[in-house]
Design a protein around this ligand. Structure first.
Ligand code: K1U
Ligand code: ZN
Length: 216
């Protein structure tokens, strides 16, 4: 199961959606001379450990993906989605699982209606002058939340898993999530948008929480 509280039906819905976006084919994958091997489902997809602040890899600029990276992207994207759903979260950037690549996944829909998105080399090509404030969290700073002010609306250009150029535009949670994930690709965390005082308070609280969790 992607998460202990998740129903089998919603797991199956995610698995089917994931298959369709990754174009794995109908139900089975060819397994060489032995015939067919079962295709991995979302419930079986490996999840990856998420790096936590202050891991230095979270502060590096990620590199763009090129034509030679197709196999790596197709291998990584389902694992990133499985990791995001299991956390649970609504987004995940490759640097959070230790991969310095410009690759993000997100799904802001309720778990009964999953709409996984995989964005390769995403870039913000337009943003509104209007600003919006919304509470954000981060899987790399578990349990820490703060109001973050960002452009209310953004337009993002990216490549999909087939390498086709696409654009996505949004406001509200989608806008915040896109900006949050693209920030990760540049080594920027949501706390960097806060005052020094608030940032230090959150970082101190995180260090304290993680220390007491280690003792438990
Ligand atoms: O990148 C990340 O660390 C994921 C992060 C994304 C995000 C959250 C809020 C605003 C902008 C971007 C998260 O998913 S934190 C967890 C979270 O927000 C959530 C978890 C379960 C259900 C709903 C939300
Ligand atoms: Zn984050």
């Amino acid at each position: 199961m992607a998460s202990s509280s998740e129903s089998e039906a919603s797991c199956r819905a995610r698995s089917a959606l994931l298959d369709s976006i990754l174009d794995f084919g109908p139900g089975v994958a060819r397994g060489g001379a032995q015939g067919y091997i079962p295709r991995p489902t979302m419930t079986e997809t490996e999840t990856l450990p998420i790096l936590l602040v202050p891991d230095k890899r979270l502060r590096l600029k990620a590199r763009p993906l090129g034509a030679a990276d197709g196999d790596a992207i197709r291998a990584l994207a389902p694992k990133m989605l499985a990791t995001m759903y299991a956390a649970p979260g609504i987004g995940l950037a490759a640097p959070q699982i230790g991969e310095g690549l410009r690759l993000i996944v997100l799904d802001i829909q309720p778990k009964e209606k999953p709409e996984p998105l995989v964005l390769v080399n995403p870039e913000i090509i337009a943003e509104s002058a209007e600003r919006a404030t919304r509470e954000e969290g981060c899987l790399s700073l578990p349990g820490q939340y703060a109001d973050v002010t960002r452009p209310a609306r953004v337009k993002v250009r990216y490549l999909d898993l087939t390498g086709a150029k696409r654009e996505i535009e949004g406001d509200g949670l989608l806008s915040a999530c896109l900006q949050h994930e693209i920030d990760h690709l540049d080594g920027v965390l949501f706390v960097d948008h806060l005052s020094t005082l608030k940032r230090n308070m959150i970082l101190r609280k995180l260090a304290k929480d993680l220390k007491s969790q280690q003792r438990e």
